[in-house]
Design a protein around this ligand. Structure first.
Ligand SMILES: CC(C)(COP(=O)(O)OP(=O)(O)OC[C@H]1O[C@@H](n2cnc3c(N)ncnc32)[C@H](O)[C@@H]1OP(=O)(O)O)[C@@H](O)C(=O)NCCC(=O)NCCS
Length: 142
């Protein structure tokens, strides 16, 4: 298995993104997945040939604060250091930011701690009806 890394999503197509959002009850389809990545300020992908097998994205104000919403490595590729590589590449890409935040399950606290994160109380709203990622906000939205 020869995994390579890229931050170029220009020619990414839906068929290259199959298998993500594993175990999610409802999730964005591959087309919405591409829109999510296109709307992110930074993206890193792990590729096995044409197929994307891991991805991380960040959203940001571009100056001060960044948030990492999605990190995932496909099940067959987990435990091989791909997640670590994606996080390290993203942290390097975001190294000019003051704050880099994410939220995770308690079981992953140790995982992120060994990658340099500290724990921090987070609060969240989840609009479950939007979990399929059908909507969007625009600069004209109220
Ligand atoms: C979490 C996830 C991204 C990790 O990716 P991965 O490629 O499997 O992880 P890596 O192989 O890079 O693991 C890196 C290190 O973390 C360790 N690790 C893995 N899971 C861990 C955990 N839950 N707690 C502590 N350490 C952990 C590994 O042992 C490895 O240590 P090493 O480098 O000393 O051998 C992957 O398991 C995944 O996609 N899970 C499902 C989606 C998910 O939970 N995403 C996170 C949302 S916040």
């Amino acid at each position: 298995m020869d995994v390579t890394y890229t931050n170029n999503i220009e020619n990414l197509t839906a068929d290259q993104l199959e298998g993500f959002f594993d175990d999610w009850p409802t999730c964005p389809d591959e087309e919405a997945h591409i829109r999510i990545l296109a709307g992110s300020c930074k993206v890193w992908l792990a590729m096995d040939g044409r197929q994307c097998v891991g991805r991380i994205n960040a959203i940001s104000d571009g100056v001060f604060y960044a948030y990492i919403p999605l990190l995932e490595v496909l099940p067959a590729y987990q435990g091989k250091g791909i997640g670590r590589e994606l996080v390290e590449r993203m942290l390097k890409s975001l190294s000019s930011m003051y704050a880099i935040d994410l939220q995770c399950d308690e079981s992953l606290e140790g995982y992120y701690r060994q990658l340099g994160f500290m724990s921090n109380i987070g609060m969240a709203i989840r609009n479950r009806e939007n979990q399929g990622a059908d909507g969007q906000i625009t600069s004209n939205s109220t």
